[in-house]
Design a protein around this ligand. Structure first.
Ligand SMILES: NC(=O)c1ccc[n+]([C@@H]2O[C@H](COP(=O)([O-])OP(=O)(O)OC[C@H]3O[C@@H](n4cnc5c(N)ncnc54)[C@H](O)[C@@H]3O)[C@@H](O)[C@H]2O)c1
Length: 262
């Protein structure tokens, strides 16, 4: 397996998409460092995945530079290196331009965008040093969203942060290409995680989502994990600076589709 022994850091890995990515990488033989701010869930997930392979949990708030530094150091202490970074941690916070307050805007941007910058910079510097010393390059995958493209006005800081993640991905990819390090992003549509739970529990909100989803269903976290595995792997060796959208056909649709009554 191409991911065998690849030391992989996954942020926001205690649940949802991050947990599915950690699971997929452990199953594929990677040595996975899971990190999160929810230590109880993170440690429980670590205990589950240990039955499948090499995994360790480390506390890390991605918006805190010292936490990020500790995370990279822990990966290197535990497994000797970092081959892959999955910048997955993210939050939502409702509010439009008239209602969102400055502190909340900062909080979302600090986690979703600055967190990816801090982790990306620390790992990129490690990878570049390794390449200069004759070692292999690595891969970084950022978690974007279809809302990097759509203007989700009811989630202003979120949509701004994900637009930023796409630009961060491109600028990192170009800067790191001479070192052989690839940087890509994934742009999920609606995926069945706790982040989406309130929407899924509300039939009208669910119908609104499905009316914009030609594939007529909400996605599963493992369907995002498989893209992360592809982008981190040698199979994507000539792919960099891209955002791969997994949205059941939402972005190509400029209309709505009929939703059967439930
Ligand atoms: N679920 C969706 O429909 C969807 C769609 C598009 C993009 N995404 C993106 O996918 C990623 C994961 O989303 P999810 O649906 O699994 O969400 P989730 O809320 O289920 O999980 C997010 C995880 O991130 C952790 N986290 C929160 N703040 C953190 C911080 N400061 N530092 C480290 N970890 C932190 C949480 O504790 C949680 O374990 C996010 O970046 C999200 O924006 C999700």
């Amino acid at each position: 397996m191409a991911l065998t022994n690849k030391v992989t850091i996954v942020t926001g890995a205690a649940r949802g998409i991050g947990l599915a990515i950690a699971r997929r990488f452990v199953e594929d033989g990677a040595k996975v460092v899971m990190s999160d701010v929810n230590d109880e869930a993170g440690e429980a997930a670590e205990a589950d995945l240990k039955a499948l392979g090499e995994v360790t949990y480390v506390h890390c708030d991605v918006s805190e530079r010292l936490d990020v530094r500790n995370l990279i150091a822990a990966a290197i202490d535990t497994y000797g290196d970092v081959d892959v970074l999955i910048n997955n941690a993210g939050i939502v916070s409702p509010g439009d331009i008239l209602t969102i307050d400055e502190a909340e805007f900062d909080r979302v941007l600090n986690i979703n965008l600055k967190g990816s910058f801090l982790c990306g910079q620390a790992v990129a510097r490690h990878m570049v040093d390794r390449v200069k010393n004759g070692g292999p390059a690595g891969a970084i995958v950022n978690m974007s969203s279809v809302n990097a493209v759509f203007g989700l006005h009811t989630q202003l800081p979120y949509t701004v942060s994900k637009g930023g993640v796409n630009q961060l991905t491109k600028a990192m990819a170009v800067a790191l290409a001479p070192h052989g390090i690839r940087v890509n992003a994934i742009g999920p549509g609606s995926i069945m995680t706790d982040m989406l739970a309130s929407v899924n529990d509300d039939p009208a909100a669910r119908a609104r989502i499905l009316s914009r989803t030609p594939m007529a269903r909400i996605g599963e976290p493992r369907e995002i994990a498989s893209i992360a595995a592809f982008l981190a792997d040698e199979g994507a060796s000539y792919v960099t600076g891209q955002t791969v959208y997994a949205d059941g056909g939402r972005l190509p649709l400029n209309y709505t589709v009929d939703v059967p009554e439930e």
